[in-house]
Design a binder for this molecule. Sequence first.
Ligand code: FAD
Length: 445
Amino acid sequence: MSRGFHAFFRQYYNLRALLARLDPDLGMLSPVRDYPLVHARGARDRFTGLPSSPPLNAFALAARSPSFPVGELAGVNVAAALQLLDVDVPGVYTRLDHRDAPAFLDAIRFPAAARHLAFEVFSRSFFADPARLSAAELAVMFHLYFLGSSEGLLFDVANAPFPQAIWRPWSAYLARHGVSERLATPVSRLAAGERRRFAVHARGRSAEEFDAVVLATDVPGLRDLVAGSAWPGTGDWRRRALALPSAPPFLVSRLWLDRPVRPDRPAFLGTAGFPTLDNVSVLERFEDEAARWARGRGGSVVELHAYALPETCDEHVERKRLVAQLHRVFPETAHATVVDQRHETRADCALFPPGGYERRLTPATPDPWLVVAGDHVRVDLPVALMERAATSGLLAANALLGRWGLPGHPLWSVPRRGRWAPLRALARWARSEGQPGQRPDARRA
Ligand SMILES: Cc1cc2nc3c(=O)[nH]c(=O)nc-3n(C[C@H](O)[C@H](O)[C@H](O)COP(=O)(O)OP(=O)(O)OC[C@H]3O[C@@H](n4cnc5c(N)ncnc54)[C@H](O)[C@@H]3O)c2cc1C
């Protein structure tokens, strides 16, 4: 099951270019055409059929959403809200990284009833309590997924389990290019090599030596690796790597039910206002293996995600709470028997707290032959999550290729700043008038 449902947004240009090496038509992905969001109080929003150009998409969403009461819209601080249309990377971090996301939405006077739209949709995968998310990161997500791109909130999903759709084809592709893999071989230590620059130690194996290393682990893996290695990097770099913050635990539960969910249930449903449930997916709507099982058994395969669980949570308690919430969202499942289940509780996602931007690692390290990649890495482009992982991987590769005198790979992103010049100018004017909570624009100074 891996970590289950993943949305491959249309503006993930670098990730899609990588996947196109496996199949130029991206046949491993299928579109999810509708993407409703339900609030525990009953409000329901949809993201299909919106105009593609900002700010019209934002106006249309606000106009048709039951979450945007017209009365409250009148109270929005327009000058502060304009900052969302003037996101430039990395300048937005200078202005907003010191604040947390709820404080920023407070300054905008973002309607309380619509907060879940901001948190559940634009930044739904930051895996932490909103107060632990940098306002700059929230603004970048608004820009990336909505206000700065014309692809909007549409996404595709893998139409087969990840091993079949992605990992095995990648292994075959890499093998054709002379790569040898050591899977399930955690690296415990890096040291200076004797014949080559790096000696890479993995548990239970003799060290192997390499000319260059890309550290593409998750955050806890990176912290452990750096802690276990007296080298590499300078003191400051090591301190930053060891202090990288992790998000709290998440739980993914996949249930095989003996009867189907209602035919009108969508492939993916975002949820808000529930104790822990963040989304429900119905796998037979898009994944071939689940579709075969559901057809053969007359059942359904549903997956539940819960993010930002308490650090000390008990997985068994959380599993039960998740299933109880499923019964609220899809009442027909209350009578279903769970014929099989898989659960993953982990705490290895990156966290982007207020004030953390300056301390993030970049692809370059103090050693020119050692580079870092992953979704926690600072790349100074408007990208996030899987796309940030892919983009940082390409940047890391390009750094090494350049040293070997080889050409690198092109990189793409949505525009690095807001798409509408008059609104950007208006936002800058509002900033110069000293909107509360905004730091002055450093570049202008
Ligand atoms: C439940 C869930 C849902 C998500 N949904 C979405 C989504 O819809 N859209 C989206 O864009 N993103 C989503 N994400 C985020 C996405 O999964 C990550 O952004 C992405 O996987 C990050 O890739 P990465 O390569 O940086 O790290 P990872 O995918 O975490 O890979 C790091 C790898 O390093 C390995 N490793 C760690 N330590 C060592 C070591 N010492 N030696 C060797 N290997 C080691 C780990 O085993 C792991 O395989 C979701 C994440 C979760 C958990």
